[in-house]
Design a protein around this ligand. Structure first.
Ligand SMILES: O=P(O)(O)OC[C@H]1O[C@H](OP(=O)(O)OP(=O)(O)O)[C@H](O)[C@@H]1O
Ligand code: HPA
Ligand SMILES: [Mg+2]
Length: 180
């Protein structure tokens, strides 16, 4: 295990198992429907790639990039769209695929933004839900795991752009960000 990781919270195997379950559930719920899967870059990238492959049916992929954390472990509270979707979602079923709902700022902003584009429906699938830190209410339609109030990294989640390539979700040692 990496030196900067205090503890593995969710193993690679547990991630795979849960992602497959979510894929099954989504496939059943959207049977016979066309769905646009929206990846919220960059954090959701690993989850998105695995989830998309576990969904059976008529699926297209699109990408949006939001940022509110920068190089910090605290949300700036200001959400910016750095890259928008390529295609309009008007009249489409949209599933937003996100790595984590923490304060709720990003998803609150993004879900309202997508709903205003007149999609047929907009739902959220979040791999991780950290309810202890919530400052804005967000409805999570599908969730992978509830996590405690630690800054977690891996499987797409970063601290200052590092650790996204870890195959598991780990708790980052406090000294890594307190020394900065
Ligand atoms: O609920 P919140 O407190 O808003 O936090 C969740 C968001 O923060 C992270 O993104 P970040 O802004 O770090 O961009 P990244 O995905 O490129 O890492 C994460 O990927 C979520 O999108
Ligand atoms: O715990 C977290 N880890 C990484 N990125 C995040 N963005 C919001 N919360 C987190
Ligand atoms: Mg981040």
């Amino acid at each position: 295990m990496l030196d900067s990781i205090k503890e593995v919270l969710i193993t690679q195997e547990a991630l795979q198992e849960r992602v497959a379950e979510l894929g099954k559930q989504i496939s059943a719920d959207y049977k016979g429907e066309e769905v646009v899967l929206v990846c919220v870059l960059k954090g959701a990238v690993m989850f998105f790639a695995d989830l998309a492959r576990s969904i059976e049916g008529d699926v297209t992929l699109d990408f949006i990039s939001c940022s509110s954390y920068g190089n910090s472990t605290q949300s700036s509270g200001v959400v910016r769209i750095m890259k928008d979707l390529d295609k309009p979602v008007e009249g489409k079923h949209v599933i937003v695929v996100e790595d984590i709902v923490d304060t709720g700022n990003t998803l609150h902003y993004l879900l309202e933004n997508l709903k205003s584009r007149n999609a047929k429906s907009v739902r959220l699938v979040a791999l991780l839900n950290k309810p202890d830190r919530r400052t804005v209410e967000v409805h999570v339609d599908y969730q992978g795991f509830v996590v405690p109030d630690y800054f977690v990294v891996g499987y797409g989640l970063d601290y200052a752009e590092q650790y996204r390539n870890l195959p598991y979700i780990g708790i980052l040692k406090e000294e890594v960000y307190q020394s900065k």
